[in-house]
Design a protein around this ligand. Structure first.
Ligand code: 0WE
Length: 258
């Protein structure tokens, strides 16, 4: 049985009702987990308000700001987690960012600053959050991150994000090897393209979605709920033997060669 009753789950990366992280939070909640939410704070508090309203039905027991580029915020996050939760069980990492200019045009024109930014937000952040989490996952735990095919194969315009996802997927393996003895499992979900705030900001996402609908074995794209169910599975005892893996939730797209 997929049962997460009594488990505490911290979910990062919810921006709005289309976020894959929101799909994951809902399915973890449905499976019985207690939810904590982090949001990316902005100057006007709009993001906080929006994410708070959206996630209210899950009655989160924690709601905390976390910009992974700000060391003080990450330290504060784990201090608060220790104080309020003591220990926790599940960390969901759904964070990525690259400059928009770096997601179009020539990959060879990527600047050092653009490269550093993409790798820092999208890959290093998993290492930093795992660092904080391992100290609080005293009874073992689960870490799940989101990745994309563009991290293992060339997808036009994904560019520096592909390099960041390659680093992220290797982070999954190194973290899984190191944290396994503490019974902390670390896995990634490689989701097919979905219309979200992040992907909609990219020109041509609809064409990519139509391409998937034509050639993927299931002849359709995947939903946030399907990714959420896979995350819930990975965090459950049903997946107790799985760690260090990247699981493709992509309607089968990645198996095709032609
Ligand atoms: O990982 C992603 C998107 C991540 C992303 C999106 C943005 C848009 C707005 C990272 N940084 C930014 N920065 C912005 O300013 N995906 C898997 C979705 C995605 O993004 C693509 C894709 C797909 C699919 C970019 C190019 C080509 C395909």
């Amino acid at each position: 049985m997929l049962d997460l009753t009594g488990k505490k789950a911290l979910v990062t990366g919810i921006a709005n009702n289309r976020s894959i992280a929101w799909g994951i939070a809902q399915q973890l909640h449905t499976a019985g987990a207690e939810i904590g939410i982090t949001y990316l704070p902005d100057d006007k508090g709009r993001a906080e308000e929006k994410v708070r309203k959206l996630t209210e039905p899950l009655t989160p027991s924690l709601f905390l700001p976390c910009n992974v580029q700000d060391d003080a915020q990450v330290t504060e996050l784990f201090d608060t987690l220790q104080e309020k939760w003591g220990s926790f069980d599940i960390l969901i990492h759904c964070l990525a960012f690259a400059n928009r200019d770096d997601l179009t045009g020539h990959f060879s024109d990527t600047s050092r600053a653009g490269f550093d930014l993409a790798l820092s937000v999208s890959a290093y952040s998993l290492v930093r959050l795992a660092q904080g989490a391992k100290a609080l996952m005293s009874e073992g735990g689960n870490i799940v991150t989101l990745t994309y095919l563009g991290g293992v194969r060339v997808v036009p315009n994904y560019n520096v994000m592909g390099v960041a996802k390659a680093a992220l997927e290797m982070n999954v393996r190194y973290l899984a090897a190191e944290l396994g003895p503490q019974n902390i499992r670390v896995n990634g979900i490689s989701a097919g393209p979905i219309r979200t705030l992040a992907s909609s900001a990219i020109g041509g996402i609809l064409d990519m979605i139509h391409h998937v609908e034509e050639v993927a074995p299931l002849r359709r794209t995947v939903t946030q709920t399907e990714v959420g169910n896979t995350a819930a599975f990975l965090c459950s005892d049903l997946a107790s033997g799985i760690t260090g893996q990247i699981l493709y939730v992509d309607s089968g797209y990645a198996i095709m060669g032609m």
